[in-house]
Ligand binder design. Structure first.
Ligand code: PAF
Length: 273
């Protein structure tokens, strides 16, 4: 595996290759969710580039930027084991200057749900993803459905800015007890983790209701809310893939999303129907 930490070195390699490039952007603290993206990228491309960069512009003041888990040595080993071809580890001075051209996430799709609680979060995500796309020039880029709104916005950015990149949507990977994998799960104590299992439980209840032909979103949200009673619910929401709220489930075009806080840890999860 080639570990590269300058933009120019990466550009030189990419410029001289005719191989198809698969790209998995990450903020490190890699877990099985990331590994599944890397595996898919390996299956579908000649070369796989993984980036690790904890992007400050997507954290709001008071969020966990300073305590965000950094595990560079373990991450390198994981990438090696997954046969990643290039691990790109830029630093902040390379990635950002002063008084830059800024990307603004579209209002309708971004200032709702996550964006409503975390204004400007998606501006920062799109800013860094576009920069990384421009450096790596991938054919295919891999993103998990767990960050459903992020995925939807990245797809919109690719369409709106005519980027020639295929965005590959990858399924949510869960722990054996159902908790969706997240780098933030390590913040949870044992009792907090047990409480968190209600998140995936409520999503299972929702999908069972849909399977029984209950398509009324209010009814589904009420049933989910009962399971999440003991938690600090930020939202339970049902939207179509453009992130517009819907009243009736539209099969193959619906995402049911949850965000809760377990003490100081914010957890999100969803299912696609
Ligand atoms: O999903 C993430 O880990 C980040 O938001 C991303 C896409 C790597 C951008 O920093």
């Amino acid at each position: 595996m080639n570990i590269i930490n300058t933009i120019q070195d990466l550009r030189n390699i990419i410029k001289n290759t005719k191989a198809t490039v698969g790209f998995v952007p990450t903020m490190g603290a890699l877990h099985d969710g990331h590994i599944s993206l890397i595996k898919k990228a390996k299956e579908e491309n000649d070369i796989v580039v993984v980036s690790i960069f904890v992007n400050p512009t997507q954290f709001l003041a008071g969020e966990d930027l300073d305590s965000y888990p950094v595990k560079m040595e373990v991450d390198k080993k994981i990438c090696e084991l997954c046969k990643v071809d290039i691990l790109f580890t830029p630093n902040i001075n390379m990635m950002y200057g002063n008084d830059e051209v800024l990307i603004k996430a579209p209002i309708l799709r971004s200032y709702t749900l996550e964006g409503q609680r975390r204004p400007e979060h998606f501006d920062g995500v799109l800013q860094i993803v576009l920069k990384l796309f421009n450096i790596v020039q991938p054919d295919n880029a891999y993103f998990g459905k767990k960050d459903a709104q992020q995925l939807s916005l990245i797809k919109q950015m690719v369409d709106d800015l005519f980027l020639d990149i295929n965005i590959v949507e990858c399924d949510i990977i869960r722990e054996s007890d159902g908790l969706a994998m997240s780098s933030r799960n390590i913040y949870l104590t044992k009792p907090q983790r047990e409480l968190s299992l209600n998140i995936s439980k409520s999503l299972r209840i929702a999908s069972n209701l849909v399977a029984k032909n209950c398509l009324d979103c209010d009814e589904i949200i009420t049933a989910m809310g009962k399971v999440l009673q003991q938690m600090d619910i930020e939202y339970i929401s049902i939207v179509n893939q453009k992130f517009e709220r819907i009243e009736k489930i539209e099969l193959k075009n619906t995402i049911i999303l949850i965000a809760v806080k377990v003490d100081n840890t914010r957890l999100i999860d969803n299912i696609w129907i």
